[in-house]
Write a protein that binds this ligand. Structure first.
Ligand SMILES: [Zn+2]
Length: 287
């Protein structure tokens, strides 16, 4: 959504606005490291401050339209933007298509940039801890600081010590905790570990923003349906999986050893194939 409008639908915008309100209300509790300290997955001090918001455009969508990469989270203008990790602030007003951009220089040599801000919160050279507010989101078309953005959101990317733009979710995954392999691959019975791995996969690659709790709900299933677009699913993204959704999951499973019918009825062999896919090493790390 930075360079072009990718058609965020009204429901997504409303969800984003609602999520924004929740986070604004809870921000005072979440700040100061409460989200960070005590969570072993975030022992590095880095975390994703935007998990409550829907992703309108992920990393690949940016690359596909010629951007150097980023993640766009939909949120109402004025939402407080917490630092994903501690560091030193540099504000870059009117940074070309990125608009108002805040850079956080992390002590480990990595940098974080948030773009299309409506306001900066800290002055140049100020120190910030993980979770500290560095600015307010913007992105409304034509507003000062929006750059080329066509709708309210924050764009987030990181830059590694070599100066290469990197996917922050991949970076976080490289730091985060790990998930065990699911036994569903052998017993064919879906359980919480299988669903945790599924949620982690969906968070990494298909815009899932909910918790990795092993309890699939409408958000998990909606992300699963988005993922299944790549396997012939053409139904609605409504978070209510039906025969069409499960048939697509069976099609995925057929690339991972499932040889049964594509009938939308998940049995032990369907689950085994799905679990074999989820048990790939690259989904071990929590995103
Ligand atoms: Zn973007």
């Amino acid at each position: 959504m930075c360079e072009t409008d990718h058609g965020v639908d009204r429901r997504t915008l409303l969800r984003g606005a609602a999520a924004g309100a929740v986070v604004l209300g809870g921000a005072a509790v979440g700040l100061g490291g409460a989200l960070v300290v005590g969570d072993p997955a975030h022992a590095s001090g880095f975390y994703n401050p935007f998990t409550a918001y829907p992703i309108s455009d992920g990393w690949q969508a940016h690359l596909d339209r010629g951007s150097l990469g980023g993640i766009d989270y939909v949120m109402s203008v004025g939402t407080r933007l917490p630092a994903c990790g501690g560091g030193t602030i540099q504000n870059i007003p009117y940074n070309g298509t990125g608009g108002h951009t805040v850079t956080i220089y992390h002590p480990n040599g990595y940098r974080t940039q948030y773009m299309h801000l409506s306001a900066f919160s800290l002055s140049n050279g100020a120190s910030v801890g993980a979770g500290g507010i560095v600015g307010l989101s913007g992105g409304a078309a034509g507003a000062p600081g929006s750059g080329s953005s066509t709708g309210p959101h924050v764009h987030w990317h990181m830059i590694n010590p070599s100066g290469v733009r990197i996917n922050p979710l991949t970076y976080l995954a490289s730091l985060g905790g790990t998930l065990p392999k699911t036994s569903t691959e052998s017993d064919g019975i879906p359980g919480p570990i299988m669903w945790k791995r599924a949620q982690n996969w969906l968070r990494m690659e298909h815009g899932y923003t909910g918790p990795i709790d092993g309890v699939p709900g409408p958000n998990t299933y909606a992300a699963l349906q988005r993922a299944m677009r790549g396997y012939g699913y053409t139904g609605p993204i409504d978070g209510v999986p039906g025969t069409q959704t499960w048939a697509a999951v069976q099609r995925l499973a057929s690339h991972w050893g499932y040889t049964g019918p594509i009938d939308g009825v998940m049995g032990p062999n369907s689950w085994r194939g799905f679990a074999r896919f989820l048990n790939q090493d690259r989904y071990d790390r929590i995103a």
